[in-house]
Design a protein around this ligand. Structure first.
Ligand code: NAP
Ligand code: GDD
Length: 341
């Protein structure tokens, strides 16, 4: 019989890629959206899956009873909890909302499973941000957490409550501890898409320059399409467990910027330091990159690099797309998108 997957936050980047992946595997996919959210469906449209999805509606801040009654009607075999206030920067401004959604929201879903149907499998979207100022590099599933943002703290709660329900209530509840994964459908507030969209506009003479925060921040960046396959595999193992999904390689924002400009045939030459640093076009001498304190975080994480050996050995999962390929994919998509706008 056709399996039913419920994806919370289906209109987000990962929700769209996961929906496509599960539909291709023969699942019936139901996705939640927030009742009053005007978020567009463009990602689901772009991946050609909008018409194949059934929608349900709740906000993770809704009452438990409301969420329970929606899930009771959907009757899922698997729940993928991707819904979250997912922007680390915004979590410093909205710490209460972030905790309500990213921490308490997880307990509500697990409680529904415990009370309604304990055989429902549960995937929690955990994150490398839980390691924060990481005590060891690279991080494994055994590295202690040391979060450095309200987002990271809320996600640590989500991780532990998921593990507790697994141990004490015998629920197939798992965390994927995912490192940054990007795509042409990434939200514009995240640094990769901010870079590729602005570089594309500069290439089309629709923008003058790009302004960023910390150019030396490093991230372990992979492709979202590869990571959603890992989410599914996590729920198909014999024993519920937690897994890191990552590439194992960290690169700086500066490296990402240089490679994005290379796609439009420009080379950046850096001069200055800190917020006084600028990136110049090697050919024309024009300023293409500025730095502003506005985009710095109150606190930064360091050296987030994941060791995904356990996922490779147990799930047979490995990332496929290289970072330079991903950057080209994103810049090319944005060039196409902004050409006629
Ligand atoms: P995203 O694009 O920001 O999507 C998040 C989704 O959550 C949106 O579709 C939004 O729904 C929904 N949402 C926000 N607040 C909600 C609320 N109060 N109630 C119900 N739904 C709510 O995020 P993403 O990049 O796809 O990430 C998916 C998940 O993985 C998130 O939990 C994120 O924290 C986690 N994660 C992401 C990464 C990454 O690099 N992408 C890495 C590690 C972990 P609407 O459609 O209604 O706006
Ligand atoms: N957003 C943004 N904008 N970040 C900037 C900028 C800028 O102008 N300039 C430099 N950065 C730096 C940030 O300080 C951070 O160190 C890095 O770029 C990446 O920032 P984001 O793209 O916003 O992602 P993130 O790593 O904070 O969070 C993402 O990945 C997490 C997994 O580690 C999100 O998807 C989280 O939901 C996810 O858990």
């Amino acid at each position: 019989m056709e399996k039913i997957a419920l994806i919370t936050g289906i209109r987000g980047q990962d929700g769209a890629y996961l929906a496509k992946n599960l539909l291709e595997k023969g699942y019936h996919v139901v996705g939640t959206t927030r009742p009053n959210s005007e978020a567009p469906q463009y990602r689901l449209k772009e991946l050609g899956v909008l018409d194949s999805i059934e929608f349900a509606s709740f906000d993770l801040r809704d009452d438990f009873e409301q969420i329970y009654s929606v899930i009771e009607k959907v009757k899922p075999d698997e729940i993928y909890n991707l819904a979250a206030q997912s922007f680390v920067g915004a979590s410093f401004e909205q710490p209460i909302l972030t905790s309500e959604v990213d921490a308490i929201g997880v307990t509500k879903l697990l409680e529904v499973i415990r009370k309604l149907e304990p055989s429902i499998k549960f995937y929690q979207a955990s994150t490398s941000e839980m390691f924060g100022n990481a005590k060891f590099v690279p991080q494994t599933e055994d590295t202690p957490f040391n979060p450095r943002s309200p987002y990271g703290v809320a996600k640590v709660y989500g991780y532990w409550i998921t593990q507790n329900y697994r141990e004490y209530h015998d629920i197939f509840a798992c965390s994927g501890i995912l490192y940054n994964h990007e795509s042409p459908l990434r939200g514009m507030e995240f640094v990769t898409r901010k870079i590729t969209s602005t570089v594309a506009k500069i290439g089309l003479d629709k923008a003058e320059n790009l302004t960023l925060g910390n150019l030396d921040a490093k991230r372990d960046w992979g492709f979202a399409g590869d990571y959603v396959e890992g989410m599914w595999r996590i729920l198909q193992t014999e024993k519920p467990d937690d897994f890191i999904l990552s590439t194992g390689q960290a690169n700086s924002v500066r490296y990402f910027v240089e490679n994005a400009f290379n796609v439009i045939g420009k080379t950046i030459v850096w001069e200055g330091e800190g917020i006084g640093e600028k990136g110049y076009c090697s050919e024309t001498g024009k300023i293409l990159v500025n730095v502003s304190s506005k985009f710095y975080r109150p606190s930064e994480t360091n050296q987030l690099v994941g060791d995904s050996t356990k996922a490779k050995q147990t799930l047979g999962w490995e990332p496929r797309m290289k970072l330079t390929e991903l950057i080209k994919l994103m810049v090319d998509y944005d060039l196409k998108q902004f050409k006629n706008s």
